[in-house]
Write a protein that binds this ligand. Sequence first.
Ligand code: ATP
Ligand code: MG
Length: 256
Amino acid sequence: MQLLAIDDLSMRFGGLTAINDLGFSVDQGEIRGLIGPNGAGKTTLFNVISGVYKPSKGSITFKGTEIGTMKPHRTARMGIVRTFQSITLFKNFSVLKNVMIGCHLNSNYSYWGALFNTAKTRSSEQENESRAREILEFMGLTQYVDDLAANLPHGHQRALGIAIAMAAEPELLMLDEPCTGMNPDETAEMVNLINKIRDRGVTILLIEHDMKVVMGICDKITVINFGTKIAEGTPAEIRKDELVHEAYLGSDFDAP
Ligand SMILES: Nc1ncnc2c1ncn2[C@@H]1O[C@H](COP(=O)(O)OP(=O)(O)OP(=O)(O)O)[C@@H](O)[C@H]1O
Ligand SMILES: [Mg+2]
């Protein structure tokens, strides 16, 4: 089943066209890779899908509903959640607190209830805590629950960023370069995590420059250059594609 469909999409910033007549669709349950050179428009696409920018032209449908004009809080409620290229955590809060903040997006928390600390709010706070603990266990972060986010090793800070995103119960999780700056062990752990998240039924759109990762876990890959799709296919097909070779892959191309 088709989950996300991008059609004839363009995003212009003044004279610069960051996304140019882009079209592709993602099926439910896929891990879809999104690759292309620096400045190709990958992060911009995440910003447009999540509603940070309103597209200059074209349509984005999610489960059949047009979401192109929705603001980020609405796309998040629809089930579209993204992580950022740079790490964004509440560094001086505990790991647990970070995920509990993520849970708030989804809880029936009322402003007045929170202000007066009503019984209902207290119980939803407890629900949030137990959900946050479950997510942290799933993400392999249980041993760090009480640590300050700032004190986690880099790889685990990245995993925490994804744990926060998971707290919003995404149907589509968009990961912007999750493996950047990781050592090989951290990268291998991240790959396991991404697979585990997909096995839970979450569809994944993955921007990543590490070709071993992309070729290893994606069902299909969409390649963009200057905001336009230049190729799409399985990792094996993309590996053979001449245009992709020229535009992007170069020496990384032969990575196992
Ligand atoms: N808010 C903005 N205002 C003006 N130009 C922007 C804005 N956001 C992005 N751009 C431009 O759009 C183009 C695409 O940028 P984008 O960040 O989407 O690339 P990317 O594919 O994510 O690259 P990278 O691999 O380096 O992260 C770039 O030329 C960038 O400078
Ligand atoms: Mg980017």
